[in-house]
Write a new protein. Structure first.
Length: 187
């Protein structure tokens, strides 16, 4: 095999998803190049967090069946950023940067391992944190492009929830329509 091709494949093998099954079969001797663990002390620039969220973050509306609910559904907002496990310290620092005035116990979100073990995810689902920390943060440090549109839809759903309209049939239907056009559903 040519040296250049082998170098490209070793780099590709070290990326998040690694080599495809077809490439693994065709090139069984490829060994991923080691990627260094980056030890972040702390993120100091909130604009960096906004840019990072533009590339990696997700604003999601979860609608799940809830038999005890009047209309049979529960609505939950979720802000998340997944990353490779080697970026654990980076993900943990997000908890602190999203708090306007840090006090002990006043952090925001949590970092959870993904089921595959090679990734972690920074997650915020607590509605009071979304309302008082996440939305104000991204209002102050705006997103751009498609992610901004998802954030605006996320804010509309949050507003409907603040007004308790998600407990009405009309509000639930409105939220379902908004959700359809977010993330992968956005045209």
């Amino acid at each position: 095999m040519r040296k250049d091709l082998k170098k490209i494949l070793t780099i590709r093998a070290s990326m998040n998803k690694g080599l495809t099954p077809v490439l693994k079969t065709a090139f069984p001797d490829i060994i991923p190049v080691p990627r260094p663990v980056v030890d972040f002390g702390a993120i100091l620039e909130p604009q960096w967090v906004a840019g990072f969220t533009d590339g990696e973050g997700c604003f999601f509306v979860n609608i799940s069946k809830a038999p005890r609910s009047r209309w049979g559904y529960q609505i939950q907002l979720r802000f998340s950023i997944p990353q490779h496990i080697r970026d654990l310290k980076l993900m943990e620092s997000l908890i602190l940067i999203l708090v306007p005035s840090p006090r002990r116990g006043d952090d925001c979100g949590k970092v959870m391992p993904k089921s595959n073990g090679s990734a972690v995810e920074f997650i915020v689902t607590k509605f009071s944190d979304i309302e008082s920390k996440i939305i104000p943060f991204f209002d102050k440090y705006p997103l751009e492009g498609k992610k901004l549109l998802d954030f605006k839809d996320f804010c509309v759903v949050a507003s409907l929830m603040m007004d308790k309209l998600h407990f009405t049939k009309e509000g639930l239907e409105q939220i379902k329509e908004i959700k359809k056009g977010m993330n992968e559903g956005r045209k």
